[in-house]
Design a protein around this ligand. Structure first.
Ligand SMILES: [Fe+2]
Ligand SMILES: [Fe+2]
Length: 307
């Protein structure tokens, strides 16, 4: 059965163990999945006083520029920053869909692992639809990543192998997940966005646990000579995600110059703390696997993901 398929197991990783995880996640997917087209009331009006994200997580929060903004401008900026983060999430989901499709393409279609990859693709397609509708509902632009980042993103599914696939997946999933969890716990944002976040958190929990297990296996089978290259690639992806979350064009919404204001945001200790906080769990995991080290450590620091 395996003659024409890619079997990347190591001898100490029995097929049963991987299959058991995938079967468990498939059962969970079948039991609890949402269809955002049906499960979210897109005709709901915008709640007049609720912010679109926690204001404390805004890139300018705590700066002199923030103090000069009126309350209304702060709410507007939060709305645009939330749309920017959602747009980046949506962009990354497209990349992830293609990486999962590559895994399914190379794998044995009869395995639970490949069937789970297909189930995850289906979920990510629904998430992208959900975020696209949410951005439309918010009445703001879908902020895109910069053109060269967009092109690099299209290349990633071709370049990524093993731990880069799963490391990149976790970078794209765990950072937004932490921000969304905080918003759900806090409960003070727009009710429709609370629902979007709840759905996403629940379904991403499966994706994250799948990716974490796959990452551990991938790390174990990466040849020593390849590790520095993999670490460097992951560090670059981490840096790009960190820098892309807030598109500088959002500052125009409150009459600020994008380039100048971006510099202020990046120098803002509060925003740097937010980035480190959002990536804290992921950084701990990557550290455990020895993935944050020379060469590449510099990019993690430059992205304000570690000190
Ligand atoms: Fe997703
Ligand atoms: Fe996901």
């Amino acid at each position: 059965m395996t003659t024409n398929t890619v079997d990347d197991r190591t001898p100490d990783q029995p097929a049963d163990e991987r299959e058991r995880t995938a079967e468990r996640l498939l059962r969970s997917t079948a039991a609890r999945a949402y269809d955002p087209e049906l499960d979210i009331d897109w005709s709901a009006p915008i709640a007049p006083d609720a912010p679109f994200m926690k204001l404390e997580r805004c890139s300018l929060y705590g700066t002199e520029t923030w103090r000069r903004l009126t309350e209304e401008q702060r709410m507007t900026l939060a709305r645009h920053e939330a749309a920017s983060v959602a747009s980046v999430g949506l962009w990354f989901e497209h990349i992830l869909i293609r990486m999962l499709a590559k895994m399914a393409y190379n794998g044995d279609p009869t395995t639970a692992r490949v069937r789970y990859a297909l189930a995850e693709i289906a979920e990510e397609c629904r998430h992208s639809t959900m975020f696209a509708r949410m951005i439309g509902w918010m009445g703001v632009p879908a902020y895109r990543v910069r053109p060269h980042i967009h092109r690099l993103g299209a290349l990633l599914p071709f370049l990524a192998r093993n731990e880069v696939i799963w490391g990149a997946t976790l970078l794209g999933e765990e950072i937004p997940d932490r921000l969304q969890r905080e918003m759900v716990e806090d409960g003070c944002i727009q009710p429709l966005m609370l629902m979007v976040n709840r759905i996403h958190i629940m379904e991403e929990a499966r994706h994250i646990s799948f990716a974490r297990e796959e990452l551990a296996r991938a790390v174990a089978r990466t040849p020593r000579w390849l590790r520095p290259i993999q670490r460097l690639l992951l560090a670059h992806i981490a840096f790009i995600i960190s820098r892309s979350l807030i598109n500088p064009e959002v500052y125009r919404s409150v009459g600020l110059d994008p380039r100048k204001t971006r510099r202020i945001a990046l120098a803002n200790p509060n925003y740097q703390r937010t980035l480190r906080w959002a990536s804290e769990k992921l950084v701990a995991l990557f550290d455990e696997h020895g993935l944050i080290a020379h060469p590449g450590r510099h990019w993690w620091k430059a992205g304000y993901l570690i000190r």
